[in-house]
Design a binder for this molecule. Structure first.
Ligand SMILES: NC(=O)c1ccc[n+]([C@@H]2O[C@H](COP(=O)([O-])OP(=O)(O)OC[C@H]3O[C@@H](n4cnc5c(N)ncnc54)[C@H](O)[C@@H]3O)[C@@H](O)[C@H]2O)c1
Length: 279
């Protein structure tokens, strides 16, 4: 039997759930028992396909799913997304923010393309802030929940938010300045939101993976085959993470099992950031 408090029963909103880690996070939340999962993404077709797929994994007998087409770069679209979930389902218990992009080709900082920097920051940092801002504003109006465990009842607050940041929220990666800077910002957003809203009963944490096997990584490997050599050289177990190795940690951070974890990160990197490696 699973640990009781890793089960979910509430309403989830997953941003960037059309494919990749966001999609897998949404499927893991459905598998863990969420009653509702809303798939938000700029790609409506992908979101629809992921939403349909979630029905085959959902554990809750009353499971419902829907999609919301949006762009994290657009403030109104983010507000409308949160408004849609609250109006349709009454509250939001778990939010996952996974919309993100990479900065493409490796270039030293002195050669940073400012247009690329602005785009990466606009999605990974500003977009992340817009999402967390709107989600926390909605959550703080909700009734707090409690959880019954074997030693009694504990307060689990009004909601949990998980940002998909990166191991590059802590460490650099040669030639990836814009991405690394944006992911440090995402960790700053996580800490500040966790700090400012803990008294509202809202927990905000991040998962920080290194390379994860997703379509984004496939594109990167096609554009730059050297990345495979970097993974082999840097990752102690010589492989990228599977999406589920990240999405199950996200489900944990949403669950009552993590009710005392706030404003911090779970680094999922097979030990990469524990040491200095020459490659
Ligand atoms: N893949 C990796 O190796 C890896 C490692 C560490 C961190 N991450 C982070 O995980 C997150 C997800 O990465 P992934 O590899 O799953 O990417 P992905 O490209 O496979 O999926 C990203 C999803 O976000 C959506 N999206 C992108 N921009 C958007 C926008 N402006 N508004 C709304 N939706 C948008 C896309 O349509 C897509 O469905 C990113 O933040 C990424 O930086 C990825």
């Amino acid at each position: 039997m699973p640990i009781n408090s890793t089960q979910l029963d509430g309403v989830a909103l997953v941003v960037g759930s059309g494919r990749g880690i966001g999609k897998e996070a949404a499927l893991s939340l459905a598998e863990a028992g969420a009653r509702v999962v809303v798939f938000a993404d700029m790609n409506q077709e992908w979101a629809q396909a992921s939403s349909e797929e979630s029905k085959t994994h959902a554990a809750n007998k009353d499971y419902e799913t829907s999609i919301f087409e949006m762009n994290v770069q657009d403030e109104k679209s983010v507000q409308d997304m949160v408004g849609y979930v609250v109006e349709k389902y009454g509250r939001i218990d778990y939010c996952v923010n996974g919309a993100g992009i990479d900065n493409g080709v490796h270039k030293p900082l002195a050669d940073t393309d400012i247009e690329v920097f602005d785009r990466v920051m606009s999605i990974n940092a500003r977009g992340n802030l817009l999402c967390v801002r709107a989600q926390a504003a909605a959550m703080r109006k909700q009734t707090p929940k409690t959880w019954k465990s074997r030693n009694g009842t504990r307060d689990i607050g009004r909601g949990a938010i998980v940002n998909i940041a990166s191991a590059n929220s802590f460490a650099g990666l040669p030639g990836k300045g814009s991405y690394v800077i944006s992911k440090h910002a995402s960790m700053g957003i996580t800490k500040m939101a966790g700090l400012d809203h803990s008294s509202d009963g809202i927990r905000v944490n991040a998962v920080c993976p290194t390379w994860v096997r997703t379509p984004l990584l496939d594109d990167e490997l096609k554009a730059n085959p050297q990345v495979k050599g970097m993974i082999d050289a840097i990752v102690p177990i010589k492989r990228a993470a599977e999406c589920e190795e990240v999405s199950e940690a996200i489900a944990f951070l949403c669950s009552p099992a993590s009710s005392y974890i706030n404003g911090t990160s779970l680094i999922i990197d097979a030990g990469v950031t524990t040491t200095v490696r020459v490659f």
